[in-house]
Ligand binder design. Structure first.
Ligand SMILES: N[C@@H](CCC(=O)N[C@@H](CS)C(=O)NCC(=O)O)C(=O)O
Length: 241
């Protein structure tokens, strides 16, 4: 059995971690059975979530994990794509994980008002046996590290307005490429949809104040796309939202 270790649901999301949500959406898209376990960063091979335990083998990094599963489960959700369609899908996947992701981290962790909401929401990621104040203390101790990551990556050197502008450009590219197609690459779902859904829904559903979130919620193409994927792959959350 495959065990997925991920950040747990919050804000109506299967996970507030886009790479965790991407991997879980992909597992459901490819009908690979799995169970969810409570994560322990000291066991995570890349010291990040998601990671999986595949019959005793611990594997890290969502992209490496899904490549491993493609090989070992013989599932090929992108087999129908032409080389040029794969190139476009790869570019969108990289944009989401290497750029849009840091916009999401910034709008949750950088501003004090956003942080006040994020820390309360994320407190449930830790064992409930710990008192709330202790869980919030752990999160507060992680914040300087996250701000240092944002600074080193570069997103942290921009003003909040510039970060929103960057996020808007990424989401506009997704919106305009989707157009009236049901999925990024046409009529059939593929891996890039797991990625785009995870990253865009994480922006739409973050319960923090941000002009980017307000703008994204007005983009009916993006909202309908996420609703469609949510209904298909996370019906338990679709019914709840
Ligand atoms: N490239 C990795 C990224 C995973 C990642 O950034 N995970 C974050 C949560 S969203 C994490 O575990 N951060 C903890 C840390 O960096 O210490 C993947 O796709 O799995």
């Amino acid at each position: 059995m495959l065990t997925l270790y991920k950040m747990l649901p919050v804000w109506g999301l299967p996970s507030p971690s886009p790479p965790c949500m991407k991997l879980e959406a992909w597992l459901r898209m490819t009908n690979i059975p799995y169970e969810v376990g409570g994560f322990d960063m000291t066991r995570a091979p890349k010291r990040k979530v998601p990671y999986v335990d595949d019959d005793g083998a611990l594997l890290g990094d969502s992209t490496f994990i899904l490549e491993h599963l493609e090989r070992t489960r013989d599932v090929h959700p992108d087999a129908h794509l032409s080389a040029s369609a794969r190139a476009v899908a790869t570019a969108f996947r990289r944009m989401m994980k290497e750029n849009t992701y840091f916009v999401t981290v910034h709008i949750r962790w950088a501003g004090d008002d956003s942080w006040a909401r994020t820390r309360l929401a994320f407190a449930d990621q830790f064992p409930s046996a710990l008192p709330l104040e202790q869980r919030l203390g752990i999160l507060d101790s992680l914040r300087p590290g996250m701000l240092a990551v944002l600074d080193a990556q570069g997103m942290g050197r921009h003003t909040p307005e510039e970060v929103c502008q960057i996020g808007q450009v990424d989401l506009t590219a997704v919106r305009d490429y989707l157009g009236d197609k049901p999925y990024m690459m046409g009529d059939r779902v593929s891996t890039v949809d797991a990625t785009v859904f995870a990253h865009v829904d994480n922006i739409l559903r973050s319960d923090v104040e941000s002009p980017l979130i307000d703008w994204a919620r007005e983009q009916s193409t993006l909202v309908a796309y996420c609703d469609r994927l949510r209904a298909a792959y996370f019906p338990e959350l679709s019914a709840a939202s």
